[in-house]
Design a protein around this ligand. Structure first.
Ligand SMILES: [Zn+2]
Length: 301
């Protein structure tokens, strides 16, 4: 089922997986004012009952209508334990915007720009109706016969579902766009490192087909995972090449890597993504990080 998204890429897919006791719905879309009506008419067309709702990760377009869908169907909501902890930290926490402001300023974003960046991130806030106290799941567990597969990187606690060669991939691999892999406050320390491991695991699992959160069905998931590994290898090289002996912040380095002309929302992701590449380089001793005077900076080694 394809749901509208007010920002790029303009849509998000949810999936209805058939089972003996009814549908397992994977992901819910944004909790827009008409979310419940839209789901009601889609489910009427699909027929049958909804047995459970599974949220792959806490981003607005995946978790946003979970409470709506629960109210509509009465079905229990399942979500990864780590992912739900981050969901509460970000969406259930009025102090989060403040934390994000401090964090961007620590990475060199000027004050006037920071306000714009954080203002942008609050756009979705009223439309995130996540379900409190879902049933918490871990990778390796099963949900109606589907194995939950750990897919960190795009979100630390993202879980995919795998059965019979079908990978419900959420935003772990996408066909045309490269899923954002950013460093955020309270995210794990090396999200790109986590992502590269998760891609290697996808190649090993070698599913026949992957159903992504956005865009077309992927009929060569392992090949796409290799393509994304290569994309990040090149981006790591470019990031290393942008470094010198002069200390520079993640914000400054986002300009040579992502260009000068970015809207605030895009700059926000550019900074987070630049930082995930820098932290990976720090771990392989191809970059050095230092912190002082309220700023984190990076240099070449
Ligand atoms: Zn996402």
């Amino acid at each position: 089922m394809t749901l509208p998204l007010p920002t790029r890429p303009g849509h998000v897919h949810a999936y209805l997986l058939p089972g003996d006791d009814g549908w397992t719905i994977v992901d819910t879309g944004v909790g827009l004012p008409d979310a419940k009506d839209r789901w009601a008419s889609e489910l009427e067309q699909a027929g049958g009952r909804v047995a459970r709702i599974f949220v792959t990760h806490f981003h607005p377009d995946h978790v946003g209508a979970a409470a709506d869908l629960h109210e509509l169907t009465g079905a229990p909501v399942y979500q990864g334990a780590l992912d739900y902890a981050q969901c509460e930290l970000v969406w259930g926490n009025p102090a989060w915007s403040e934390r994000l402001l401090e964090w961007f300023s620590l990475h060199g974003v000027p004050d006037d720009v920071t306000d714009e960046l954080v203002g942008q991130s609050s756009v979705y806030r009223p439309f995130i109706r996540y379900q409190r106290d879902p049933i918490l799941m871990e990778a390796g567990e099963h949900l109606d016969g589907w194995e939950l597969v750990d897919a960190p990187g795009h979100a630390d606690g993202q879980l995919c579902l795998l059965e019979g060669g079908i990978l419900v991939a959420a935003d772990h691999i996408l066909g045309r766009i490269s899923p954002t892999v950013g460093l955020w406050p309270a995210s794990r320390a090396d999200p790109l490192g986590d992502y590269l491991v998760a891609l290697a695991r996808t190649i090993e699992l070698d599913p026949t087909v992957a159903l992504p959160g956005h865009g077309d069905v992927i009929d060569d998931p392992a090949g796409r995972a290799r393509g994304l590994q290569e994309h990040h290898r090149i981006r790591l090289e470019e990031t290393a090449a942008a470094l010198s002996s002069e200390p520079r912040t993640g914000y400054q380095l986002s300009f040579p890597l992502f260009g000068e002309d970015l809207k605030p929302a895009a700059r926000r992701f550019a900074v987070a993504e630049t930082l995930s590449h820098l932290e990976r380089l720090v771990r392989v001793e191809a970059a050095a990080r230092s912190e002082g005077g309220g700023l984190v900076t990076y240099t070449a080694t």
